[in-house]
Design a protein around this ligand. Structure first.
Ligand code: ASP
Ligand code: MG
Length: 602
């Protein structure tokens, strides 16, 4: 019999009527011949109320007691849900994390799931019960109650779907799916029919808060099909699966993070180990860093810029000042009035002329781009905070995100039914064996799938371009017009004389053409110089959990620094960290990384 996991968030169980409505949905699903596991969050804002209470009695409540307290929110809602189902004449049983056998590590308030026992759940389901599972909680090996971090019920739901090999995991929430961007910011945002795990992971980390990030990592790792839909209606929402909505489109969504801060360490000696010194200190403070740009240095010095969440600026500055003193940098500057606008899409990995569209759209609005970074499936631009919303709108429009993809004409209803595990399994990992293998070790363990070396690219840098709107647009438009495929792009924050430098990688055999085009641009813009390296090596580590396990990039930097290998470019994303080094160091770099990550390489 098919098995469906249905998760109801706090707003979907906020009062008794909503609880009864959710109960009816589950009953209907069971009557349609499915086994049903419900995962329920705390009612409404209950968790916030409990957090507030805790802080009234103790400014720094002990984490163990916090878990003891917060887990009660879900215990209330599962009991009420089971009562509601009983009142409607059906069999239901509520279970806490401990009763279900969700074993976690002992990291209170952000525990990771290690294993889940399925025997009791199976027996109840086979006996015709609707199982009501408390979200967000587990127990550690001493039976102490743990919680998975705010928003963790999503992770409970996907984890249960994984171990029970459910046919689908439905996430019922107060929005009716995943949108091309936050519809509260742009009313023209469109609900997508489908989005891939990788795209969702990127968008979630960029602040589109539809689902708990770790739940998507879980879903990808165990190939769990997710259906995000409204608890207020029966309309089909958005499927989160391995494949994107459209095979042709380069971009599937756009996001804006308005509270970013930029930090620049000026005058860093251009020798191995400097980035490590800076970023390991930030990692020790658990500060997530994004948009890392190293301005190609003059006179053996370089500037390293990066962004951090605005709320972490103070702590980050402190850590960076210390690092700057150690490495002998000349100063640290920062700007807390910036915003990050990003576009995401699996399709951009194989298409030319994607980035220049974004830059052109921003240029046409007169918006200056302060920094640019890219990964395989993401392009981010740092802009002035006041320009953030116009920037998001311009970018959403230029990729025509408000329009349905061409492969599915808008008048045709979406394909039914949404894919289930049966159709989905073909290109996913071998689920059975993966579940068995990871159960008991750590289901949320970091999974590095690949360490690769790409020696096919060349690096071009334009030094000293004016810092004006439309410059990046002009450069990458000319490059795209010449039919050149650009992989990585970084544009640094303004440096010497207020000018910037722009670096990008191209296939080595397109280097002569790229240099010709770039030289013309350099003359046009009166730049200082065009430099290049005919052969660079791009070292990439891909996997699942690179965001929640922050140490991966640091381990890479350390491994390369230990071998005295200098890094020219760095780009990070949810599923991949890339480092560009000088060509001759490629093989050695690869071996270093393989050794350094051997314990997590699967
Ligand atoms: N009740 C928890 C929270 O508010 C877990 C959840 O809702 O997912 O964070
Ligand atoms: Mg929630």
């Amino acid at each position: 019999m098919p098995l469906i996991v249905q998760k109801f968030g706090g707003t979907s169980v906020a009062d008794s009527e909503k609880i009864l409505a959710a109960a009816r949905k589950a009953i209907r699903t069971q009557r349609e011949n499915n086994q049903v596991v419900m995962v329920v969050s705390a009612m409404g804002q209950n968790t916030d109320v409990l957090v507030d209470l805790a802080h009234q009695v103790n400014r720094r409540p002990p984490a163990r007691e916090m878990d003891m307290l917060l887990s009660t929110g879900e215990q209330v809602s599962v009991a009420l849900m089971a009562m509601a189902i009983d009142a409607l004449g059906y069999k239901a049983m509520s279970l806490t994390g401990g009763q279900m056998g969700i074993i976690t590590d002992a990291t209170h308030t952000k525990a990771r799931i290690r294993s889940i026992a399925t025997q009791r759940l199976r027996k109840l389901l086979d006996d015709g019960y609707i199982v009501i599972a408390a979200g967000f909680q587990g127990i550690d090996e001493y039976h102490d109650i743990t919680t998975l971090g705010r928003g963790g019920s999503d992770t409970t739901a996907v984890a249960l779907a994984a171990v029970l090999k459910a046919d689908q995991c439905e996430i019922y929430t107060d929005v009716d799916g995943v949108y091309t961007t936050d519809p509260r910011l742009l009313p023209e945002a469109r609900r997508v029919q489908r989005i891939s795990y990788d795209e969702m992971l990127e968008l979630a980390s960029l602040g589109s808060g539809v689902m708990h990030n770790r739940s998507i990592e879980f879903a990808k790792k165990y190939a769990v099909p997710i259906h995000v839909r409204s608890s207020l209606s029966d309309i089909t929402g958005t499927m989160i699966l391995a494949e994107p909505e459209s095979a042709e489109r380069a971009v599937c969504g756009a996001a804006m993070s308005a509270s970013e801060a930029r930090i620049t360490v000026v005058g860093v000696p251009d020798v191995p180990g400097m980035s490590l010194e800076i970023f390991s200190r930030l990692a020790d403070c658990r500060i997530t860093v994004d948009m890392i740009v190293q301005n190609v240095g003059e006179k053996g010095k370089s500037d390293i810029s990066f962004t951090v969440p605005g709320s972490e600026l103070e702590a980050a500055l402190q850590a960076v000042q210390e690092a700057a003193a150690v490495v002998g940098a000349s100063e640290v500057t920062h700007d807390d009035q910036v915003a990050k606008v990003s576009v995401v899409g699996l399709g951009m990995a194989h298409q030319t002329g994607v980035a220049n569209q974004m830059f052109s759209a921003l240029g046409a609005e007169g918006i200056n781009i302060q920094m640019i970074t890219t990964s395989e499936i993401k392009i981010s631009a740092l802009v002035d905070r006041d320009s953030a919303l116009p920037a998001l709108r311009a970018v959403h429009q230029v990729y025509q995100l408000e329009q349905e993809p061409a492969e599915r004409p808008a008048d045709q209803p979406p394909a039914q039914p949404p894919a289930t595990r049966a159709t989905h399994n073909n290109n996913g990992p071998d689920l059975g064996s993966l579940v068995e293998r990871l159960q008991g070790i750590d289901m949320e363990e970091l999974l590095i799938s690949d360490v690769t070396l790409d020696q096919s690219q060349a690096l071009v840098t334009i030094v000293g371009i004016p810092n004006q709107p439309g410059v990046a647009a002009k450069v990458f438009q000319s490059i795209a017009d010449a039919g050149i495929f650009v992989d990585m792009i970084v544009q640094g924050h303004k440096g010497y004389l207020g000018r910037i430098s722009l670096s990008f990688t191209v296939p080595a055999d397109q280097l002569p053409l790229a240099l010709e085009v770039t030289q013309q641009l350099a003359n046009h813009f009166n730049c200082h110089a065009v430099t290049h390296r005919p052969h660079v090596a791009k070292l990439s580590v891909s996997g699942i959990g690179l965001r929640s396990h922050t140490g991966v990039a640091i381990r890479m930097f350390r491994a390369l620094a230990d071998a005295q290998i200098n890094m020219d470019m760095i780009s990070t994303s949810e599923v991949r960290v890339n480092v560009v080094v000088d060509g001759p160091h490629g093989q050695q770099g690869l071996r270093q990384l393989q050794t350094a990550l051997a314990d997590v390489l699967h």
